[in-house]
Design a protein around this ligand. Structure first.
Ligand code: HEM
Length: 411
């Protein structure tokens, strides 16, 4: 029988309010924490998380059949293995590398300018709700080749899909709502897929429609699942990372000044943001056989949650892990967006984030445009910072004041 800790729960309000306060205790006192209400194990040590994410024989993504497939309307990349996984991952990567990436960066700049425009003369905006969230959806729609005029509708369906995947527990009503969103999103995508099969363009949906796997074109169901996969995977972590980057820089004015002076420091600041506050806090896996961690056996069939936030603050992996330091020597900016990343914000192993390099390009492009525009950037008077989310986590809002920019002051 697993040992239940009566003093601590990942599902408690205390933990939800501030998980970072508990990570050191978890690592030291409960490195294999069992959560009875959801019959799952939570691992917080860097070495244990790394082991789970790289031992693909013992720990599989079977959990996603229940956690993701119903709303993705088909199997997602993270569920696949072997040749199918490699081939389909490559097709997805083609959608945002090379020439496609250059075009997307141009589109990101245009999107940023358009969304910022109304806020510049006001000298105040909520970086999360006025800007970051719509921007991330616009960017993902552009990558996929979906019409931007539908963004609010797509964003609403997407949030139902995301709620399903990232909820630890769901009431039957919320489950129904999420399934409705997924069904409507699928119905919206079917005619788009038909159209791209007839008249392919340069977008990712066209690439998915025309690519072959094992000599056979992908079915509509496979294409739909991959579109929803990218929509869900690309949007939320990107907007959360942008907001967290600005929060940490505002909280560390000397580092903000350095980044302003030398925008080449931005990738280091983004990498450190991902280490310090990873927007994807939990990665689930299923143990296929008994596995022992720190003397505790996780039984075959159990769900294991890798606690990325705790692993990234493990002193065995990073010196002074609770300090935000864009100059830290143990992170390595150049590799932070590759398979060799030291931090675990993109996961690691076979299923490591396929969009890591794109995410870097997106956040760097946007931040490099915002920093010079947001002169004297600071929290608005009376603003109270709050974060939410167990699975994905980020600021609820980020109300910022800055020196108003009038027409003549814009480059
Ligand atoms: C800062 C932004 C991002 C973060 C922190 C992030 C994080 C992650 C993590 C932790 C995983 C691993 C999940 C697992 O092992 O089960 C993942 C997978 C994935 N991500 Fe990202 N992601 C980001 C941006 C993006 C973007 C922009 C895209 C697409 C353009 C994307 C597409 C994907 C896909 C398709 C997968 C599944 C890969 C596979 O299973 O082979 N992500 N991401």
């Amino acid at each position: 029988m697993p040992v239940v800790n009566p003093r601590f729960s990942v599902l408690s309000e205390d933990f939800a309010a501030s998980p970072y306060r508990s990570f050191a205790w978890l690592r030291e006192q409960a490195p294999v924490h069992y959560e009875p209400a959801i019959d799952s194990y939570f691992l917080s040590h860097y070495r244990d998380v790394k082991r789970v994410l790289t031992d693909h024989e013992t720990f599989t993504t079977e959990t996603l059949q229940v956690r993701a497939e119903p709303v993705m309307r088909g199997p997602v990349l993270a569920q696949m293995t072997g040749a199918e996984h490699t081939a389909k991952r490559k097709i997805v990567v083609r959608g945002f590398t090379g020439q496609a990436l250059q075009d997307q960066i141009r589109a990101i700049r245009a999107n940023t300018a358009e969304l910022m425009d109304p806020f510049l003369p006001r000298g105040r905006m909520d970086l999360v709700n006025d800007f970051g969230k719509p921007l991330a959806v616009h960017v993902t729609l552009d990558v996929l080749g979906l019409d931007r005029k539908d963004w609010q509708q797509v964003a609403a369906w997407h949030s139902g899909v995301a709620e399903f995947i990232t909820s630890i527990t769901l009431t039957p009503e919320r489950r129904r709502h999420c399934m409705d969103c997924a069904e409507q999103l699928e119905a919206y995508l079917v005619p788009v897929i038909e159209e791209r099969r007839r008249r392919p363009g340069e977008d990712l949906i066209s690439k998915l429609c025309t690519a072959e796997f094992d000599g056979i074109a992908m079915s509509d169901r496979d294409v739909t699942a991959l579109i929803i996969n990218v929509l869900a995977a690309a949007t939320e972590p990107a907007d959360k990372t942008l907001a967290l980057l600005f929060k940490h820089l505002i909280d560390h004015p000397e580092q903000l000044a350095q980044v302003r002076q030398d925008p080449n420091l931005l990738p280091a600041a983004i990498a450190e943001t991902l280490r310090y506050t990873p927007p994807v806090q939990l990665i689930p896996r299923q143990a296929e056989e008994n596995a022992v961690f720190a003397g505790t056996t996780v039984p075959a069939g159990a769900t294991v949650f890798c606690m990325i936030g705790a692993a990234n603050r493990d002193p065995e992996a990073f010196a002074a892990p609770d300090t935000f330091d864009i100059h830290r020597p143990d992170l390595g900016t150049a590799r932070s967006f590759t398979a060799a990343a030291q931090h675990l914000a993109f996961g690691t192993g076979l299923h490591q984030c396929v969009g890591a390099a794109f995410a870097r390009a997106e956040i760097e492009t946007v931040a490099a445009m915002l920093l010079p525009l947001l002169d004297q950037v600071r929290y608005s008077p009376g603003f109270r910072y709050r974060e939410t989310g167990l699975y994905t986590r980020g600021p609820v809002s980020l109300s910022l004041d800055f020196t108003p920019v009038h027409e003549s002051g814009r480059g």
